[in-house]
Design a binder for this molecule. Structure first.
Ligand code: NAD
Length: 290
C-alpha cells in the first residue's frame, strides 16, 4: 500500500458497470508504485446513464484520464474532443487522456495485441491473420493490425449482430488502409481451413473456451493447425484453452491473452504517465508467470 499520497497526486479512473471484479486497479497501482510516479487508479461504477456526468467530472476534477470498459466503450466517443484513427475506425474507445481539458479517446486493446506479438518476435507486418470473432476484442485487433501494416485479415464469425457490425468495419478498413479485410461465416469450414493454411497467425477472440464454455473450441479438427502457425487466444482464464492445448500438440507456437492484457495496460500507462511499464515485474506481482 502506498502511504506517500499527497496533494500533487493525480487520479486516473476506470468507468464501467459492473467493474468491482476488475484486476486493473491492482495492476495499475502496482505499476505506479514501482515507477514511483504520482498517480492513483480507482474503479468507478458508471453505467450508460451516468456516463455524461462522469465525463464532465473528468474535466471538472482534472483527472489525468480514465479507462473505459463495458457498457461505455462506444457511447463515450461522442463526449470526447479528439479520437485516434483506431477509435474512429472501430467506434470504440477504452482509454481517455485529459490534456489540459482536451479529452482524447484511444483504443489500447489492439495496441496490446500487436505489442504482444512483437515482444514474442512474431512478425505479421505484410502477412495474413485469420481471426475468429467479431466482438469488441476482435474489432480492436483487426483495426490496429490493419493500421500497423498487416496485409490481409480474414475474419470468421457466426451470423449474429456482431457479423454485420464487423462487415461495416471491414468496408472502412478496405477503403482507408492498405489491408485487405474479409468477413466469412464461421460455418464455412472449407474456407476456414484454407484461410488458416495461408496465415501467419490464427487469433481466437470469442468467449468459447472460457466459462461457461470452458473446454470447448471453435476449431475441432487439429489438422487445420500446421506447426508453422502461431495460435493466439484472447482468453487468459484459463491460461491454456482447449484451442491452445490442441495447437501446442500440433507443434504451433501459442500465446494466451495475458500478454494482450498486460501490454494494453502498458500502452495506457505510456499515454497517461509517459513511462514504460515494468512488465516482468507486474507479471510476477500478479502471479501471471505461472
Ligand atoms: P464480445 O461479447 O464483444 O464478442 C463476443 C464474440 O464471440 C462475438 O464475435 C460472438 O459472435 C462470438 N461468440 C459468442 N458465443 C459464441 C459461440 N458460442 N460460438 C461462436 N462464436 C461465439 O466479447 P469481447 O469483448 O470481444 O471478448 C471476446 C473474448 O476476448 C473474451 O474471451 C474476453 O475475455 C477476451 N478479451 C481479452 C482481452 C485481453 O486483454 N486479453 C481483452 C478483451 C477481451
Amino acid at each position: 500500500m502506498r502511504n506517500n499520497i499527497d496533494g500533487h497526486f493525480l487520479l486516473i479512473g476506470l468507468m464501467a458497470y459492473p467493474i468491482r471484479h476488475s484486476l486493473s486497479p491492482q495492476m495499475q497501482n502496482t505499476i505506479y508504485a514501482k515507477l514511483n510516479v504520482p498517480y492513483v487508479y480507482l474503479a468507478f461504477e458508471v453505467d450508460q446513464e451516468k456516463l455524461p456526468d462522469a465525463i464532465k467530472g473528468i474535466r471538472a476534477l482534472g483527472l489525468r484520464g480514465s479507462a473505459i470498459s463495458m457498457p461505455n466503450k462506444q457511447l463515450v466517443c461522442q463526449y470526447l474532443d479528439k479520437l485516434t484513427p483506431a477509435v474512429e475506425l472501430s467506434g470504440a474507445c477504452n482509454t481517455i487522456s485529459n490534456d489540459n481539458g482536451v479529452l482524447t479517446g484511444y483504443n489500447t486493446d489492439g495496441m496490446g495485441y500487436m505489442r504482444m506479438l512483437k515482444e514474442a518476435n512474431i512478425n505479421v507486418i505484410g502477412k495474413k491473420i485469420t481471426i475468429l470473432g467479431a466482438g469488441g476484442a476482435a474489432t480492436a485487433i483487426v483495426v490496429q493490425a490493419a493500421l500497423d501494416g498487416v496485409k490481409e485479415i480474414t475474419i470468421f464469425n457466426q451470423k449474429d449482430e456482431c457479423y454485420a457490425k464487423i462487415e461495416a468495419v471491414a468496408k472502412k478498413l478496405n477503403q482507408h488502409t492498405q489491408c485487405h479485410v474479409r468477413v466469412i461465416d464461421l460455418d464455412d469450414k472449407d474456407q476456414l481451413r484454407q484461410e488458416i493454411a495461408t496465415s501467419a497467425v490464427l487469433c481466437h477472440a470469442t468467449g468459447v473456451g472460457m466459462k461457461p464454455l470452458e473446454g470447448q473450441s471453435l476449431i475441432t479438427d487439429p489438422t487445420m493447425l500446421n506447426p508453422d502457425l502461431v495460435v493466439t487466444d484472447c482468453i487468459y482464464s484459463p491460461r491454456k484453452t482447449k484451442l491452445l492445448e490442441m495447437a501446442e500438440k500440433q507443434g504451433c507456437k501459442t500465446l494466451n491473452g495475458i500478454g494482450m492484457m498486460l501490454w494494453q495496460g502498458a500502452a495506457q500507462i505510456k499515454i497517461w504517465t509517459g513511462e514504460d511499464a515494468p512488465i516482468e515485474y507486474v507479471k510476477e506481482q500478479m502471479g501471471f508467470n505461472n
